[in-house]
Design a protein around this ligand. Sequence first.
Ligand code: G4P
Length: 289
Amino acid sequence: MTIQWFPGHMTKARRQIEQKLKLIDIAIELLDARIPLSSRNPMVDDILRNKPRLVVMTKADLADPRETDKWIAHFAAKGLASVAVDANTGTRIGDIASKAKELLHEKRERQRAKGMNPRAIRALIVGIPNVGKSTLINRLAGRNVAITGDRPGVTKGQQWIRVGSEMELLDTPGILWPKFEDQLVGYRLAMTGAIKEQILNVEDVAFHAIRELSGRYWDALSKRFGIEQPPADLDDPQEIVRVMEDIGRKRGCLVSGGRVDLEKASGIILRELRAGKLGRITLESPDDL
Ligand code: G4P
């Protein structure tokens, strides 16, 4: 989904979420398990305020499981409950309703003590574009729900989707904008496919991918592309380009004169990274904080 985020759109998106918060018991904040920092909206704490919240890391099937465990511990230390799921196959999505129930347990017990019979937990999914909101809603619903969005500017009647016996989900997720200020955030969003369009130059994105992968996952990179020599210095751009050229040569991305077609090599690197062909990779670790 392409959204051009202008200040007016951000204000509108925020207002739409704030309206929905009045209807729900718990917000489900989606983050991409490969980039939990870069896929987080910069104002999410301010927007969700005191609403009970569950963090759901999507695309856990593509992320490094050791890092995912660290993120879960990191969020827990900050008082945030989190789960990691594969929204495509539905792996562990059952944890979402059970965690939500756990988080709201006390409130519901208080209601029961007053003689009220608590209704199903009402939840809203929020997250930046392409983090997996529609996929997760469809999985939780167990059917295809037509999610036309509530992208800024489009409104439609919203409905509750029953999830199991104790949870209901708003069918229109809250769409949040990503961080724009930090260039590295943009590159990481592009590497993982959250920014699909070529807003950023493909060679620049691949350059940053190779730089980060050389530092964190050299073995995976070396194995996938059959290259042997890691960059001598990650801060030396020529060394990173040399690795990109090595990959290009291995994949036959050559132009006349035997030069490497870097654009083509970059496309291959990014496609295979996004598809998980290099293995399960996480680009942001709580250890970096
Ligand atoms: P959105 O509503 O938040 O904008 O995201 P959406 O559900 O459309 O998901 C964006 C892409 O991410 C989809 O791929 C979807 O299949 C994929 N995706 C969502 N959750 C998961 C997950 O847990 N694991 C994996 N592996 N993929 C997930 P797509 O439509 O095929 O687009 P693309 O593959 O061309 O990027």
